[in-house]
Design a binder for this molecule. Sequence first.
Ligand SMILES: Cc1cc2nc3c(=O)[nH]c(=O)nc-3n(C[C@H](O)[C@H](O)[C@H](O)COP(=O)(O)O)c2cc1C
Length: 211
Amino acid sequence: MEINFKEISPRERYKLLSSTVIPRPIALVSSTGPDGVDNAAPYSFFNVFSEDPPLVILGLQNKEDGSSKDTARNILDTGEFVVNLIDRQMAEAMNNCAVDFPPEVSEFDVTGLNRAPCKMIDVKRIAEAPVALECRQTFTIKLNRNRDICLGEVVYMHVRDDIIDAKTRRINIENYEIVARLFADYYAGITDPFALQRIDMPEWYDQWLKN
Ligand SMILES: Cc1cc2nc3c(=O)[nH]c(=O)nc-3n(C[C@H](O)[C@H](O)[C@H](O)COP(=O)(O)O)c2cc1C
């Protein structure tokens, strides 16, 4: 099948892209709203893009009337947010955070997720999150009336002690039950990691000669 993206609707593009570019990590983004309301919402148009500067990117879609979601508005207002990564135990709470609650309702209160303080920014992180990245907005691009792209710099990381070795900074993958988004209502954990050794050009040539 060949698909010309200029000939299909945005909805079809969404379905095709979001169901083929998988799994996508989920940022359960916490931010501070007007009157200090602690907001949390999941975003799977998310990833990390560089380490110097350490950048994350969020794809924030506006509501149907063109108004910003709470997360987008809070980031624009305060310039700060936390990317909380989620594990299997948090999956249902994450899903409940996607309910379109009014801005004055805190998803922490309705889901039972606990607040924890941040070190560098004035936002609450999620205490249960295995990893939380404190971020400062670098800039937000208003692509069109439907979509903002937010770039944020990671300024501080909280990570559960059993996940990263303090000396080597290596991950203990068995303890990190991270959940990613597949498509529609489907999610996945990491169940069959495998390794491939990186090789350089001489090694590749040796292997090629042997075959
Ligand atoms: C797993 C998951 C991933 C989502 N990813 C996105 C996303 O990348 N961009 C987006 O605009 N909305 C996404 N949503 C929908 C928002 O979470 C939802 O609109 C939420 O109510 C926004 O909350 P807020 O107004 O507090 O920011 C996602 C929902 C779920 C369940």
